[in-house]
Design a protein around this ligand. Structure first.
Ligand code: GLY
Length: 373
């Protein structure tokens, strides 16, 4: 099928599926379906869960594209529920960007809602408060992890760039840039792959270790982490214009494209795991596709096709192999995996962020896209 026909076809299927899903799910907060049904509501089971912003993000993209009020109403319902997490505070973590960029900040960007702006600034202040000025990084997680930074955080710092633009206060963006510089120095390897976790001396910022994380083992190459790095540096380039971030995003992209092309454009959970058994993570693919499309917007005209075409190859491969367009069932993209060694119902299943990035990527390709990062 040629690209335009595929795009029109997948958009028609998305509209039907998201409309039905919005009617069923409304302002509950879905994560992973069981037997094609979103049974769990994270608003009831874990208000602080890091993925709680992806469903409202999907709804805001659909609202932007269709102007149907039901998407806005459901997204606003989720946003109000998330207030319990903002107020509760102690369960929060470095992933407040994922949670509030796609709920409150999306609302403010699309409707100008001042209460949503205030929630976004509140979340940005919490993220800025996690910054360690001696270590020069935003700390990951809570509890004993005072000396860890992780690659995922590159996707949260756009909340800080946004907050500086909104308030004209440069502190937020300064923290984001210093964290990105530390990530570039310590997490990105010479070949364009990335560590998931980096341990730094919290008093001096000196490198201590790079423990294994959600990938196969220490020193391996967790594909969603590579996708966070690719898209995260591309976004830091958009927000700062710093050429070193664009160079990093391109290098990480080349590494990602080289690896994913070995498996027909569907990513393995880890690019450096044993060749058998093969474990897939479609969510790394849909996220990387968005990063590649972001890069395509940032590079000169003659460089664009590499990134755009790689993104289309990945999306088409995932559509063919993993997308479920049955409107009576919840979720779209199967084959998502939270972590290489995880077996808690989050291995080889549909996960909400796989769907979020699919929708964003299709919107980008159709030039219907509103940036929510
Ligand atoms: N940010 C957590 C993950 O990618 O699983």
């Amino acid at each position: 099928m040629n690209e335009n026909r595929w795009l029109n076809d997948i958009w028609s299927k998305l509209e039907v599926k998201m409309s039905a899903q919005c009617d069923r799910v409304g302002d509950r907060i879905p994560y992973i379906p069981v037997d094609g049904v979103y049974q769990e509501d994270k608003a009831e089971t874990d208000m602080y869960w890091w993925t709680n912003g992806f469903w409202p993000g999907m709804l805001w993209h659909m609202y932007h594209a269709t102007k149907e009020a039901k998407y806005k109403e459901a997204a606003e319902g989720v946003e109000r529920k998330l207030d319990a997490a903002l107020q509760g505070f102690e369960g929060l973590h470095h992933d407040v960007g994922f949670m509030w960029l796609h709920s409150s900040v999306a609302n403010y960007r699309l409707t100008g809602n001042e209460a949503s702006r205030s929630r976004g600034l509140h979340a940005a202040s919490l993220l800025a408060g996690r910054y360690n000025p001696d270590g020069r990084y935003i700390r990951a997680w809570n509890d004993a992890f005072i000396s860890w930074m992780i690659i995922d955080c590159m996707m949260n710092i756009p909340l800080l760039y946004w907050a500086s633009r909104e308030t004209k206060d440069p502190r937020f963006a300064a923290i984001a840039r210093i964290h990105a510089d530390s990530t570039l120095k310590h997490a990105i390897r010479a070949d364009g792959s990335s560590n998931h976790i980096v341990e730094l001396n919290p008093n001096t910022g000196e490198f201590v270790a790079a423990p294994g994380g959600q990938g196969y083992e220490t020193g391996s190459s967790w594909s969603r982490g590579q996708a966070w790095a690719l898209y995260g540096f591309a976004l830091s380039y958009r927000h700062t214009g710093d050429q070193s971030y664009l160079n990093a995003a391109k290098q990480i992209a080349h590494y990602f494209i080289a690896n994913v092309s070995l498996t027909n454009f569907v990513p393995l959970v880890d690019f450096r795991a044993p060749s058998e058994p093969r474990y897939w993570d479609s969510t790394a693919g849909t996220c990387a596709a968005c990063g590649l499309l972001e890069l395509a917007e940032s590079v000169p005209e003659l460089e664009k096709p590499l990134y755009r075409e790689a993104a289309v190859h990945i999306l088409q491969a995932i559509d063919k192999r993993f997308c479920n367009w049955n409107e009576a069932q919840d979720s779209i993209v199967a084959g998502g995996t939270a972590a290489y060694h995880s077996r808690n119902g989050d291995f080889g299943v549909p996960i909400i962020y796989g769907d979020y990035f699919l929708i964003e990527a299709i919107m980008r390709l159709r030039n219907q896209h509103e940036l929510l990062w």
